[in-house]
Design a binder for this molecule. Structure first.
Ligand SMILES: Nc1nc2c(ncn2[C@@H]2O[C@H](COP(=O)(O)OP(=O)(O)OP(=O)(O)O)[C@@H](O)[C@H]2O)c(=O)[nH]1
Ligand SMILES: [Mg+2]
Length: 227
């Protein structure tokens, strides 16, 4: 089986090397997975791209802004039967990938999303970000009846073939909740699994308040459009 690990980046030079190094390529090979690592870079001005290339990743530049935009470009380029996503800031545990794949296959799932809140480092999520996260997760549950505990997690493991069934409209941060809503609402076999979550390496780029409001607006607009 082929795996595509997709990581969007903007100026993540302090973390990206460690993120790629942590991917357990040898264990995956032993389990018969051939892995490609795609870095979808939003025109970083630091050494993110050269570090990633040196570590064996394929770097694709996507100058159009946005986290969702980067993923849409990455999904088009991915050759894997299974796609795995993560941030380029060393927050998500790449070591968990073999176990997550085992669950996907053993339980015959289509889409796994992860929950960062059960086993996270104390300082990994800033207070404002944490409050925003809970509000957005509650809005997702109330508006869409999707019973997940972490609507903003950026680590997903899914079969590429499901993408043709998903309507993914967001180019920004709301893409994260949109892909989960779409997977759950389209009746796919989905599961949320707790993972370890670490404190970010490198500068924070999110504006918790502004991005939170934009996400909430997105959830409401998508719901209204749907109705
Ligand atoms: N290509 C691309 N990557 C982006 C863009 N915005 C964010 N990223 C990357 O997407 C990932 C998620 O962004 P983060 O800034 O970590 O967002 P977050 O995880 O909600 O916030 P933190 O708690 O600060 O980590 C990171 O690897 C970013 O470098 C973008 O517009 N284009
Ligand atoms: Mg992050």
């Amino acid at each position: 089986m082929k795996l595509s690990i997709i990581i969007p980046t903007i100026n993540e030079e302090k973390a990206i090397g460690q993120v790629i190094k942590e991917i357990p390529i040898k264990t995956l090979e032993k389990n018969n997975y051939k892995t490609e690592i795609l870095i979808i870079d939003g025109a970083s001005t630091d050494s993110t791209k050269s570090i990633a290339e040196k570590q064996g990743a394929k770097v694709i530049t996507e100058k159009r802004k946005g986290y969702g935009r980067a993923y849409k470009t990455g999904f088009k380029k991915a050759k894997g039967d299974i796609i795995i996503t993560a941030d380029g800031d060393y927050t998500y545990p790449m070591t968990a990938i073999p176990d997550l794949l085992e669950t996907l296959n053993k339980e015959n799932l289509d889409f796994i999303t992860t929950n960062r809140f059960k086993h996270r480092d104390k300082k990994s999520v800033r207070t404002l970000h944490l409050i925003g996260n809970h509000i957005l997760t509650l809005a997702t549950q109330l508006l869409y009846h999707v019973k997940i505990k972490d609507s903003q997690s950026g680590m997903w493991i899914f079969r590429k073939k499901i993408l043709k069934n998903l309507t993914l409209t967001s180019d920004g941060m709301p893409f994260s909740e949109e892909i989960k809503i779409e997977a759950y609402k389209k009746g796919l076999r989905c599961k949320e699994i707790p993972i370890k979550y670490r404190t970010r390496i490198g500068e924070v780029k999110l504006d918790s308040y502004q991005d939170g409001i934009k996400n909430l607006k997105f959830l409401i607009t998508k719901k209204l459009r749907h109705n």
